[in-house]
Design a protein. Structure first.
Length: 242
């Protein structure tokens, strides 16, 4: 049995990478930032909050055996890959890339005067060396109805996009001021407040950029800030091992 835990990680405590064109804050060890006590939570290995300046971005680079979900908060992000996929990701467009046995891609800000702000999250696949693939779908209409919406899932939800991991699902919500939702009941949850603010039962007040790692915590209530509301992302995970 796993003991119940609630671990709050504040925005200003995350690892920070800053260059001439990028500001990236990492929930877990990433690139040159390494802490053996902070490498993952459940199946979630990467949760980066990136701001990329106009006309710049990540040039073509490889990935392998990883399920990568990208969620844009503001602006636009252009994706290109070696499968021939090309498109612009914008707020409310769920996007998934299964790296499988190997794929190369680039992510750049095509805008001329506006930064792009996005989250990129990586989870381990349940099967290695699959054929690489790509998928996206606009879910703005579903988000507008309120509550938590399944964005990406390998657990059988009627989600916007599918991931090759039977133990993981990503939920998202643009919660109206004061709106409350119950979190899924899972062995591991990772809650990220992307915009606005919220209060999480058992964790207290959360600001934009704050994250909470929950283990065997049941179904606590998340309530959006009464003035600003909240945009929140919640990973639900039941891995065989972690």
């Amino acid at each position: 049995m796993t003991n119940a835990t609630i671990d709050v990680r504040r925005a200003d405590a995350r690892f920070l990478t800053r260059t001439a064109w990028l500001e990236s804050r990492h929930c877990f060890s990433f690139n040159t930032h390494y802490d053996p006590r902070n490498t993952h939570h459940g199946l979630l290995l990467v949760s980066n909050d990136d701001v990329v300046q106009p006309g710049t971005g990540f040039s073509t680079h490889p990935h392998r055996d990883m399920e990568i979900v990208t969620w844009v908060l503001d602006g636009e992000l252009e994706h290109k890959d070696t499968l021939g996929n090309k498109g612009v990701i914008y707020p409310g467009l769920a996007q998934r890339m299964s790296a499988g046995r190997g794929i190369w891609h680039s992510e750049t800000n095509p805008g001329k005067g506006r930064d792009v702000h996005f989250l990129q999250m990586w989870v381990l696949p349940d099967t290695e060396r699959i054929d690489p693939s790509y998928e996206h779908l606009d879910i703005n209409a579903q988000l507008a109805k309120g509550g938590l919406i399944p964005i990406a899932s390998g657990k059988g939800h009627d989600a916007a996009i599918a991931i090759r991991q039977k133990g993981a699902a990503l939920w998202g919500g643009r919660l109206k001021p004061g709106e409350s939702v119950r979190l899924p009941d899972a062995q591991y949850l990772h809650v990220y407040v992307a915009k606005g603010g919220a209060t999480l039962e058992g964790a207290g007040a959360l600001a934009a950029g704050d994250a909470v790692r929950l283990t065997a915590a049941g179904t606590p209530t998340l309530t959006a800030d009464p003035v600003a509301g909240a945009e929140a992302l919640v990973w639900e995970m039941t891995p065989q091992s972690a």
